[in-house]
Design a protein around this ligand. Structure first.
Ligand code: APR
Ligand code: PHB
Length: 389
């Protein structure tokens, strides 16, 4: 088989790139290791920056987002029974949109189907060959049958555990990592959200987050110890612990119900450099991971897709390779800023096992500064709504 761009990974990064290329008449094949049902069953964050909204519009996949997404003009931060608000729109002129990543992926698959784009599910043994030559190939198997794609470029959109990143030789690749000493236990429940806006809570029992997907579907998280298992937490135990970490008024207003999903996510900061090797480009979680505080994972994948899309359009439509040569530098410059914000916001809100009394005072002082200082709020707001690209 032949295509212009072989895309490894059918998560949001791979599918968004495929649709954007399609709009400009550039052909791609998407290879996904899992089934479509599995990909659409994953629950991830749900806060979209305007940059991602614009890309989804450009891809022709924003109708449902505009109809069903909820525009949020600010967020709430709780600390020591005190709640203050960061007004995104007043501070930056830009809101965010609450719309689940699962829904984004569903819309992208619907568009891919409508465009009759080629997607292979349940592929095995994906291997990239000759990424440092002018004629790369991707070999894989489906149902035991070996196949091969000849292409101009390979987009590695295969997440943190994919093969693309490891295709870059050890002598070229550098990895930077920080693993946090806790995880997030999250539940989804068919209950009305406790607040119209998200609440990020720093409590002495650990971090908590009140989020939502829509007016009937809530998403809540609590910081947990690294070795804990979701199945050891009953719904009642989760709700009790969440209440203890929220301001009294909020806890009293919380509507509880059975969870429809419960899982634990570890927290990690990770960046791989470079993000391009020859004709292989890394995009999204394949190249970098952020802790979820601030919901930058999908949004950072989107900025990579933006740079890569423009680079490939310049190559195919304008005969210019400048964007290809600058892809890694451009993407990484923005990635590191999102890494910094996610790391800082995580540090501000969580309890760390080795935190001294002095460290706790510093955290409290920083929260108080944020509560009372417009410049500090503006810095948070600019990062939260998304740095420009
Ligand atoms: N071959 C083919 N596909 C693969 C392989 C492989 N060897 N390894 C992984 N995949 C697939 C996964 O099954 C997954 O569907 O690649 C896809 C990667 O998707 P995501 O992990 O969702 O990553 P990405 O598309 O970069 O999205 C970034 O979405 O997943 C969240 O936390 C992530 O919020 C971040 C954003
Ligand atoms: C979510 O709704 O899942 C969510 C929202 C905001 C975050 C992280 C996760 O910072």
């Amino acid at each position: 088989m032949k295509t212009q761009v072989a895309i490894i990974g059918g998560g949001p990064a791979g599918l968004l790139l495929a649709q954007l290329l399609h709009v400009r008449g550039i052909d791609s094949i998407v290879l996904e290791r899992r089934s479509r049902a599995h990909v659409l069953g994953r629950i991830r964050a749900g806060v979209l920056e305007q940059g991602l909204v614009r890309l989804l519009e450009a891809a022709g996949c924003a109708d449902r987002l505009h109809a069903e997404g909820h525009v949020h003009h600010g967020t709430l931060i709780a600390h020591a029974d005190r709640v203050f608000r960061i007004d995104f729109s007043a501070l930056t002129g830009s809101p965010v949109v609450v719309y689940g990543q699962t829904e984004v992926t569903r819309d992208l698959y619907a568009a891919r189907d409508a465009a009759r784009g080629r997607t292979e599910f349940e592929v095995e043994a994906v291997t990239i060959h000759g990424a440092d030559t002018d004629a790369p190939q991707v070999s894989y198997a489906v149902g035991g049958e070996a196949r091969r794609i000849e292409c101009d470029f390979v987009a590695g959109c295969d997440g943190f555990h994919g093969v693309s990143r490891r295709t870059i030789p050890d002598t070229v690749r550098r990895e930077f990592e920080k693993v946090y000493p806790f995880g997030w236990l999250g539940i989804l429940s068919e209950t009305p959200p406790v607040s119209e806006e998200l609440i990020y809570a720093n409590s002495e029992r650990g971090f908590a987050l009140c989020s939502m997907r829509n007016p009937r579907l809530s998403r809540y998280y609590i910081q947990c110890a690294p070795g804990e298992r979701a199945e050891d937490w009953s719904d009642a135990a989760f709700w009790d612990e969440l209440r203890r970490r929220l301001p009294a008024d909020t806890a009293a207003a919380l509507v509880t119900g059975p969870s429809i999903e419960k899982s634990i996510a570890p927290l990690r900061s990770f960046v791989c450099e470079p993000m391009r090797w020859g004709r292989l480009f890394l995009c999204g979680d394949a190249a970098h991971i952020v802790p979820p505080t601030g919901a930058k994972g999908l949004n950072t994948a989107a900025s990579d897709v933006h740079y890569l899309w423009h680079a490939l359009c310049d190559h195919y439509l304008n005969g210019c390779d400048d964007g290809i040569d600058r892809y890694s530098g451009r993407a990484l410059a923005r990635v590191w800023k999102a890494e910094r914000f996610s790391w800082w916001f995580s540090g501000l809100l969580h309890r760390f096992p080795d935190q001294s009394a002095f460290d706790l005072k510093m955290q409290a002082a920083e929260l108080e500064f944020l509560r009372t200082n417009t410049a500090a709020q503006q810095a948070l707001a600019e990062n939260y709504v998304g740095l420009p690209y």
